[in-house]
Design a protein around this ligand. Structure first.
Ligand code: CA
Length: 240
């Protein structure tokens, strides 16, 4: 793998673990900044930015979830959560809050560097490829720019999708009406195929429905196909 150094911000209150993470990441050629609590981390991010934030959820004072929310408000830096909270529900909550990946503690440092490399690869592929064309559905009911991930609904509501939500919707729209299995969609979202991550597809669909005003019971956008997956029911508009 080519060594492409990234700017990584580690937010971790255990000094020993923080040092270990720094060691492994610097050995991979990354430039590391670290912080032991939320306010220090947010100040460091404001000052210098980062290509990736590794965030411990259980921090003294300001909780990791609050830090994650603030980072999400500030921009679109990818966030890898590390936490001793390890139930599926807790993982899903982290991903739903906008984290890009979740690593349960204790973890092997090699697993950490592999996850970091995977996230950076996805981010860089997204940044370096030609932006996909504007997606317009149902005569402009939804218009999405997959490059910026900004969308507009016919009623004037605007907002922004996460990278995962965008990838999922673009994948469904690549073959309107066709049924996609969860594993297939997982491939589009490019996460590791295991049971927890298969549920990521459901989380993304639920988020898309909430943001875009879709109703699972009477969908105009995405229909759930029982025991299989999902399909796009909205009709794509011709390209301008
Ligand atoms: Ca901690």
């Amino acid at each position: 793998m080519p060594r492409m150094g990234a700017r990584i911000l580690i937010v971790e209150d255990e000094p020993q673990l923080r040092g270990l993470m720094r060691l492994y990441l610097e050995r991979d050629g990354h430039r590391v900044t670290d912080a032991g609590d939320g306010p220090t981390a947010l100040a460091a991010y404001d000052a210098d930015g980062a290509d990736l934030v590794i965030l411990d959820l259980m921090l003294p004072g300001m909780q990791g979830e609050t830090v994650l929310g603030a980072l999400r408000d500030a921009g679109e830096v990818p966030v890898l959560i590390t936490s001793a909270k390890r139930t599926d529900a807790e993982r899903i909550a982290g991903l739903r809050a906008g984290a890009d990946d979740y690593l349960a503690k204790p973890f092997n440092p090699h697993e950490l560097t592999a996850r970091v490399a995977a996230i950076l690869r996805r981010t860089r592929v997204a940044a370096s490829t030609q932006p996909p064309p504007i997606l317009s559905l149902d005569r402009g009911r939804l218009v999405l720019d997959p490059g910026s991930r900004r969308y507009t609904l016919a009623e004037g509501v605007t907002g922004r999708l996460t990278p995962g939500e965008t990838a999922l919707l673009v994948a469904l729209a690549s073959r309107p009406g066709a049924v996609f299995g969860r594993q297939q969609l997982l491939g589009a979202v490019a996460r590791r195929p295991d049971e927890v991550y298969e549920r990521v597809v459901d989380v993304h669909v639920a988020n898309l429905r909430r943001k875009l005003g879709d109703d699972a019971g009477e969908p105009w956008l995405i229909e759930t196909v029982p025991a299989t997956g999902y399909r796009l029911v909205a009709a794509p508009d011709p390209q301008p």
